[in-house]
Write a new protein. Structure first.
Length: 287
């Protein structure tokens, strides 16, 4: 379990601007690494096990007092939502994967309540990471990913630090040398550090938006198809102008729940199911 370390648990409050004495230190193979290990083992919901392979641990101090801990290691070997978003084929993934890192731990001690601290630390450690990873391992990181347990939080600090949400995992985790289904998909966020990779992703995103637009038009046609008794609309007080707006109103409303679906097909089917429920409602109004 390791030796117990006494941490100052006096509450810390305020904003990042109120605390100019924040310092971020790379503690790999230093005397402070034991403090990092202890904090994560005791206070991070995933705990701590020795990180295998290349990694960098950052300890955050406020006037020499530990308040937070972050670490980065090598990215997942296989992540479908990432490959689809970036637009890699198998060969490209193998070539680029060593340059993709994972923010595998992020902890702010529970008695530290500082507004904007989380997004500030993400931004600052990414600036340090490019130089530190190159110096230690001899190659630059191009992109960083992270997994967020959406049952615990929504990744707001990642969004605030300009990370991009790209979808969910399929709910499998590594157990030894095999993958085991644990039934808890994680939200995936990425941050692109390399300009060339960002250009490739933007090109892929442009193609993806074109497809999404086509799907949207197809959906609108389905929603606006008058496959109900027109007398129902009149009796329910629904005008033709209302009907023309229904699809956009429904899409805007339902988009709030997009991250609840792990695949785009599920999302589209749910929208069609909702159309069916609305149609039934009209039927019962008629009855």
């Amino acid at each position: 379990m390791g030796e117990k370390i006494d941490l100052n648990q006096e509450p810390v409050r305020g904003t990042v601007r109120d605390l100019p004495g924040i310092e971020i230190i790379n503690v790999n193979h230093s005397s402070l690494e034991d403090i990092w290990d202890y904090m994560v083992r005791m206070y991070h919901y995933l705990g701590y096990q020795k990180i295998i392979g290349p990694r960098i641990k950052y300890l955050v101090l406020l006037e020499s007092r530990p308040i937070a801990a972050l670490s980065y290691n090598q990215a997942s070997l296989s992540l479908g939502v990432r490959e689809e978003y970036v637009g890699w084929d198998q060969k490209q993934k193998q070539e680029q994967l060593p340059h993709i890192l994972n923010n595998n731990r992020f902890l702010i001690l529970p008695w530290v309540k500082v507004k904007n601290l989380a997004s500030h630390l993400l931004s600052q450690t990414l600036k340090m990471l490019k130089k530190d990873w190159l110096s230690k391992y001899g190659y630059e990181p191009y992109m960083v990913e992270t997994f967020v347990d959406l049952n615990r939080n929504k990744g707001i600090c990642y969004r605030a630090a300009n990370w991009v949400y790209i979808g969910q995992t399929k709910g499998f985790g590594k157990s030894g040398k095999t993958l085991v289904y644990h039934g808890n998909p994680k939200g995936v966020y990425i941050y692109v550090l390399d300009k060339e990779l960002k250009r490739i992703i933007e090109q892929n995103a442009s193609r993806r938006r074109t497809l999404e637009t086509a799907d949207r038009e197809k959906l609108i046609m389905m929603l606006q198809k008058p496959d109900w008794n027109p007398d129902i609309l009149e009796e329910a007080g629904i005008t033709p102008e209302n009907v023309s707006k229904i699809a956009d109103m429904l899409l805007d409303y339902f988009s709030q729940y997009r991250q609840c679906f792990s695949r785009e097909g599920q999302y589209q089917h749910a929208l069609c199911y909702l159309k069916g429920l609305l149609t039934l409602q009209l039927y019962f109004l008629k009855s």
